[in-house]
Design a protein around this ligand. Structure first.
Ligand code: UGA
Length: 452
């Protein structure tokens, strides 16, 4: 028997999940309260976010009749074996999580559930939330026969489609035998394709998500601090990271220094874990330190620019390459640019920014004086230096002469993503400042080049 699935919420998580499940053959209905969003998805196949590969998959599965869209939970929930909640869980001032959308979704489906349905929480939610969802539904409809399951997502923005279709692991938190069987049926195609399915109790599943994201945030922060240390002693962070990563116990992934992690997940989830742990009387001091250190990393980038151009940036025109929190997304949430640009503007710099996807989102969030260019080349034209904040491949494809020909002399590039070879940049006469790697003199001196 094929399963019918309702997915509530058509943001990143909901839309990728719903589309991915349709792609492996299930019948899926995606629900959202935003009628305009649903109309565009249903009538035009237009997706509300920038996510490579997703629009094609939405159109393909909608055309095949496996993926439908509605604003009305009552339309699809009664025939659904699985109801997935993939709505937003925004952070609140104190680090706690706003669960009102999750609660609302639970209340909305309560009176429409098919007997034996599994209500699955995909949203990242604090420990205890799935049991809360159970209580909300039971209070709203004491006749409902259902179970809950936690099934956290591990999707990276920009790679979400592949992450969904080829997951390294699927975590299922479930405490009911029939619900476990339904969940195992749901993920059988993924198991057949080689993914590990891990079945655990509900709090464990909830915590795996927070522990995973927090650990990755710690790993990035660790290398960011090592990068700063490298700058004080002539070591090369790229080689330090490589040397560490060759130890399979450490692994090389997520050891790229950057301007401080951002996005909708790491900042929110580290804060939330720290908050939950405090509430539960088991503080996560390492995660707390990571949050503080990540803020300091963003501010360190401002200092790096000042060390390069001088503390008083008035009269300096700086081209900003990249605004999004990482490449392949238009997402500006907690992007390092949001911390760095206002501080550079406050120090007097004139800023001309370019990002291939995030400029529209950025305009509302950045200081009014920031100018926007139509291309990287246009941003560089006539600027006194460039600051690279996002690792878009089109920036990595720039040639040294693109900087030399466009920027005012002396050609100066501050690169917080270490996109270029220092030797090549120095040989082109560029003063190239990157993270955790000694800056070579901008000349073709062979002794300097050999040190690269
Ligand atoms: C992250 C996780 O990687 C996903 O597994 C998870 O499902 C997702 O959060 C979520 O909870 O929904 P995402 O926020 O899309 O995914 O982005 P990442 O690729 O993990 O990058 C996060 C931040 O860390 C970015 O600012 C990125 O530039 C930075 N980063 C990443 C580094 O500075 N260095 C690295 O080596 C890796």
């Amino acid at each position: 028997m094929s399963l019918h699935i309702t997915v509530i919420g058509t943001g990143y998580v909901g839309l990728v999940t719903g589309t991915g499940l349709a792609e492996v053959g299930f019948n899926v209905t995606c629900v959202d309260v935003d009628a305009e969003k649903i109309r565009k998805l249903r009538d035009e196949g237009i997706i509300p976010i920038y996510e490579p590969g997703l629009e094609e998959l939405v159109k393909k599965n909608a055309a095949a009749g496996r993926l439908t869209f509605t604003t009305d939970v009552a339309e699809c929930t009664p025939q659904s074996d699985v109801v997935m909640i993939g709505v937003g869980t925004p952070p609140q001032e104190d680090g706690s999580t706003d669960l009102s959308y999750v609660e609302q979704a639970a209340r909305d489906v309560a009176s429409h559930l098919k007997a034996g349905a599994v209500v699955v929480c995909k949203s990242t939610v604090p420990v205890g939330t799935n049991h809360m969802i159970y209580d909300v539904i039971e209070q709203a409809n004491s006749n409902a026969q259902f179970a809950v399951a936690s099934n956290p997502e591990f999707l990276r923005e920009g790679a979400a489609v592949r992450d969904f279709l080829e997951p390294e692991r699927v975590v299922i938190g479930v405490e009911d035998k029939a619900a476990q069987a339904t969940m195992e049926q749901l993920y059988q195609p993924f198991k057949d394709a080689g993914s590990t399915i891990q079945v655990v109790n509900i709090p464990t599943a909830e915590l795996i998500k927070y522990a995973s994201n927090s650990f990755l945030a710690v790993k990035i922060t660790f290398i960011n601090e090592i990068a700063a240390l490298c700058e004080t002693c002539g070591a090369d962070v790229a080689e330090v990271a490589r040397g560490m990563g060759l130890d399979s116990r450490i692994g090389s992934a997520f050891l790229n220094p950057g301007p401080g992690y951002g996005g909708s997940c790491f900042p929110k989830d580290t804060l939330s874990l720290a908050y939950q742990a405090q509430q539960l009387g088991s503080p996560q001091t390492l995660v707390e330190q990571t949050i503080t250190a990540n803020d300091a990393t963003k501010t360190r980038m401002v200092q790096l620019v000042k060390n390069t151009f001088g503390d008083d940036l008035s009269g300096k025109k700086i081209a900003i390459l990249g605004l999004a929190f990482k490449a392949k997304t238009d997402d500006m949430r907690e992007a390092a640019s949001l911390t760095i640009l206002p501080q550079l503007a406050a120090a007097g710099a004139e800023l001309v920014a370019y990002d291939p996807e995030a400029m529209e989102n950025a305009k509302a969030l950045l200081p009014a004086g920031v100018q926007y260019a139509d291309s990287a080349e246009a941003a560089l034209q006539g600027a006194d230096g460039a600051l690279i904040l996002t690792e878009w491949s089109q920036f990595a494809a720039l040639q040294p002469e693109d900087f030399v020909n466009s920027l005012n002399a002396p050609t100066t590039v501050v690169d917080t993503r270490n996109l270029f070879c220092r030797q090549t940049m120095a040989q082109a006469g560029i003063r190239y400042v990157s993270l955790g790697r000694p800056t070579l003199s901008a000349q073709t001196d062979s002794s300097t080049a050999a040190a690269a």
